[in-house]
Write a protein that binds this ligand. Sequence first.
Ligand code: CP
Length: 362
Amino acid sequence: MAPPIDLKTICPVSEIVNKMNSLYGRDLLCTQDWSIDELEKALDLSFEFKANRFDHALNNCLDRRTFFMFFYNPSVRTRQSFEAAATELGGHAQFLEPKSMRLKSAKSAGESIEDAANVMSRYACGIGIRILETALEHYGQGHEMLQEYAKYASIPIVSMAHDRFHPCQGLADVMGMRMHAGKNLKGKKILQVWGKGALVRSWCSVQESILINSRLGMDVTLAHPEGYDLDPEVIKWCEENAAASGGNFEVVHDLEEGYKGSDFVYSRNWMTSGFYGMMQSKGVDAAKKKEIELASMHDEWITTSDWMSKTNDAFFTHCGPVDRNAEVTDEVCDSPKSIVYDVAENRLHVQKAIMALTMAKI
Ligand code: CP
């Protein structure tokens, strides 16, 4: 690992900084891997960064440090917010296209993860990886790959969205809800609802959302048509989280029941579990076509003003990119109750906090 910066020499040490040491060097593959206290530290620092964007004691904490980003799949928010985050912390985020590096992956031979991780640990302060379905052969393979990088790298590995989880998004979602409903979200109902659409989305953002929100004591209702079940292990963790936090977690297939009394509505399309098998046997295009056909059978699964009127004057949230007039109508997405742009902005603050906490020695 690159020699750490002694921040005490370059900035005053606030109370929050003093509490940060435990996270130095840690990976972030899923929020479930961090304790509640650690997540709260990251959220507190995210709010500090938001309040003091260009005037925070840690603004130089990655001075001359480099964060590597591998993108196997496209991105708007994640790439740009990580680049901005590194800049604002005095460092640099380097965009890397894996295919230009001859790295071994699910679909290509190349340099071993052990060697690549060891070499990159000599250059950088952290590595972010995005790898989603179309770059994989089966569900879970992306997570296994990140775990392998984490095993061999001596610098933190951060998921920038992989097949199972999207931790930076989950934290930004919570930050957005807290901005509008206060710090204590216990007892608030969030409806995580499947939305129709043609984009054939990953499970990662949705699984991260139901995990972190059940952990923080919210009443989480997951609503989807029959056939859109998520990872059973994640569902089990959500049930355990809710039991531990005093929240509630339930899965429903009825929209009326889902929307009723909600304080937050988060609609999002996701694929069926049949996607991977179809992709292997018939190819990506055929698998996407099949998913679009299946999704088109659920026309009523769109967040409209009518559905929002059944809620407790809910805020509308979404991780982006929004599939307008499929997952949600323009009217709802552009309404004063929509927090989608706040959540997108929060990616920047949250990632600054994650990088400062895990990659800068305090
Ligand atoms: N929410 C999110 O990760 O957006 P991007 O795919 O644009 O990075």
